[in-house]
Ligand binder design. Structure first.
Ligand SMILES: [Zn+2]
Length: 443
């Protein structure tokens, strides 16, 4: 997995833990990709256990099993962190540094994993029709595919399975607390209960029963479907956080969830406004209010994807828009793969209202190509900035371990809530994807 164990010792307030010692130390082992994120996690865990940290005595030191062979407790902690992602122990000084002085930690007010799973499962199954004209007649909600199913997902699948990023709790517990890529059935990935059968069939007929030509209507609908899937997922996430917040009593976790919720809330508001804009155009059948770039490939696809992003940096590493600034109306673009008559297309779409930022991103793409950067590498990096992407299993199996690790890190590190790493489309995952593009269609 390419992670390391980082060891740190934090000085805590003795009153927090009711110790008869002048000084209390909180030692922890964190399994992580980099020392900065490991330290943040340790500090968060300290909060969960009710400590206020007075000082950092040892900060994120890279350690190995051999460093702890002289202490039974520490060795055990090292091994636990390797398996589960984290382990901490607390001891006091003076006269409290022996194994006898090591105390077991108990946190209160946590949410049971099963409870979190139940909340998330419930909202995932809460179907609703996102069509602008939805109403009482939308009774039969279907499991709609957000990635074109027949000619895209089914083409890259083997025995009905594809490789996707997974970060459900059962995977985390099996994989040292780390998210990873794994095989899943195509009916479990990329589907969402976001439309009733009637509206789904009616609305997406021109992209589900015909290859991308492209017409403006087709391009618009691909973009709209990427948006709706994200809308569905974000609305669920927001409800999940509210429910978890109402059930959790641990102060540190509550604070952390509240912070995440603020981000989720503003993210959802943005999507809500954008969906309104799309819905208005859809009602009027005004499909010309879009701009797009389509790269066509004659190859058999090895990846399928559909997502929406707010580009923050361009391909040369320059800031485009500060996505942490909740007061600005962020520009968005959708990215998806679509089946074409002789192969497939990499489709990037945005509304005219987002054209200033999106054009800047595309300009940097063109400059980078002129400077010798690889177009497939750059486009591949774009697909790793959103979750809804899948690989052909054989393509994935044939990648070297190093390539798999690079992909895993590129996607999962910025996605981690403790991560301070930005999504970076200017470098990384070079020479992994083998796409060849014949032409580009632009509007
Ligand atoms: Zn409906």
């Amino acid at each position: 997995m390419n992670t390391e164990i980082y060891y740190m010792v934090l000085k805590a307030n003795p009153n927090d833990v009711n110790f008869k010692a002048d000084t209390v130390f909180y030692a922890c082992w964190v399994n992580d990709y980099n020392p900065e994120d490991a330290l943040l996690k340790a500090q968060f865990k300290a909060g969960v256990y009710g400590f206020s940290i007075q000082d950092i005595v040892i900060t994120s030191m890279l350690v190995h099993e051999s460093d702890f062979i002289n202490s039974e407790h520490e060795l055990k902690c090292f091994k636990t962190a390797k398996e589960t992602g984290f382990c901490g122990l607390v001891y006091g000084e003076p006269n409290d540094t022996t194994d006898k002085g090591i105390h077991t930690l108990n946190a209160t007010g946590l949410l049971e994993i099963q409870e979190i799973l139940n909340i998330m499962k419930k909202s995932k199954l809460k179907g609703r029709c996102l069509h602008y004209d939805s109403g009482n007649r939308c009774t039969e909600i279907i499991n709609a595919h957000s990635i074109q199913n027949k000619k895209m997902l089914q083409v890259i699948a083997e025995n009905g399975h594809v490789i996707v990023p997974v970060h459900d709790y059962s995977t985390l517990s099996k994989n040292a607390g780390k998210s990873t890529y794994d095989k899943r059935g195509i009916n479990k990935v990329s589907t969402f209960l976001g439309f009733c059968g009637k509206h789904d069939t009616e609305l997406f007929k021109v992209i589900d029963t015909a290859e991308l030509k492209p017409t403006d209507e087709q391009v618009f609908l691909y973009s709209y479907r990427s948006l709706c899937r994200e809308y569905f997922v974000k609305e669920n996430a927001l409800n999940d956080f509210s429910q978890m917040l109402s059930k959790v009593n641990n102060k540190a976790i509550k604070e952390n969830l509240s912070l995440i919720r603020i981000g989720e809330e503003s993210g959802f508001l943005l999507l809500k406004n954008l969906k309104k804009e799309y819905d208005e155009l859809l009602k009027k059948k005004n499909f010309s209010n879009i701009e797009y770039l389509l790269f066509t490939s004659g190859q058999k696809p090895n990846m399928a994807f559909s997502g929406i992003i707010n580009p923050d940096y361009d391909f040369e590493g320059n800031l485009l828009q500060d996505i942490a600034n909740l007061s600005i109306e962020l520009s968005s673009m959708t990215i998806c793969s679509a089946p074409m008559k002789n192969g497939w297309g990499f489709l990037i779409v945005w509304l005219k209202s987002s054209s200033e930022i999106c054009n800047q991103l595309i300009d940097s793409l063109i400059r980078s190509i002129k400077n010798g950067k690889s177009l497939p590498d750059m486009l591949f990096r774009l697909t790793l900035t959103f979750e809804n992407h899948a690989f052909n299993p054989t393509f994935w199996e044939n990648l070297s371990l190093d390539s798999k690790n690079q992909i895993t890190k590129t996607f999962f590190i910025p996605a981690d809530i403790f991560s301070q790493t930005n999504e970076n489309v200017s470098t990384g995952v070079e020479n992994i994807i083998n796409w060849e593009f014949q032409s580009v269609i632009e509007k």
